[in-house]
Write a protein that binds this ligand. Sequence first.
Ligand SMILES: C[S@@+](CC[C@H](N)C(=O)[O-])C[C@H]1O[C@@H](n2cnc3c(N)ncnc32)[C@H](O)[C@@H]1O
Length: 283
Amino acid sequence: MADEAEVEQPAVPAGEGAQTPALSKSARKKLQKQERQAERKAARKAAEKERRRADVERRRREWEEALAAAPSDEARAEMVAARRETRRERVGRRAEERGARAERLRRAAEGAGQKVVLDLEFADLMRPNEIHSLTQQIMYCYAVNGRSANPAHLWLTGCSGEMATHLQRIPGYDKWNIEKAAKPYLEAFEDRKGNLVYLTADAETVLDDLDMSKIYIIGGLVDRNRWKGITLKKAAEQGIQSAKLPIGNYLKMSSSQVSMMFLPFIRENVGLPYYSLCCVHHC
Ligand SMILES: C[S@@+](CC[C@H](N)C(=O)[O-])C[C@H]1O[C@@H](n2cnc3c(N)ncnc32)[C@H](O)[C@@H]1O
């Protein structure tokens, strides 16, 4: 039963807002906090957009001034040609990088990459902003993985409903070199159940090294630890192994801040002595 002292009376005249549910004091405070956060975020985004626009405008102006200051038409033509060449080289470099990345991901999919599953069966337990945050992290993970010299082969399992809708909105998502399955990982890997290892901060076993024959599962859950122990419980109930990564030894981060991790990152970026993991802060 709700605490009556906490329940606020509707501030609208009877008749107009008779259907509006009363909010408790703490729910109202929470809502106000969320609104303030959303406003700050929108202001940051607008400022960033304005900064980028001003930057483009400044570069355009500088270019036009440089052109106007050129001593002759010939010099101007040379400047234009040099600029075109620089652009052409940049486009070429990007195409090369894209090709190399596609090749690395292809090799990973053919068996060279550590198999990593992002378990997306928790959408019902997350708030809309948490699903959004998870979607952003998946995007980031995919990008970091693609840049790695030894990428993992990533699976998204339990990818349906609300979660799939959010992912579908990512530009280029359909072309990602990643396995996408609407079914749970237990079904996707039913013939390899013994190789599944759920990574969870609550496990007893510490994972000091990765094993290429294993399939590591990461909980796709942004919950600020509202659902403490949920992944360990899930693994235990399903009869699959679990293990924790010694993140605290390398990063000052609590497990509730680690909302998504995956493997080919820290060896290159933080210097873990073994094949590496990637942590993404969930804010
Ligand atoms: C924000 S955490 C979710 C916490 C959630 N309450 C739970 O029970 O897993 C997201 C995921 O990061 C992974 N994770 C976080 N810290 C970890 C650690 N120290 N070792 C292994 N996995 C970790 C787990 O896979 C976890 O499901």
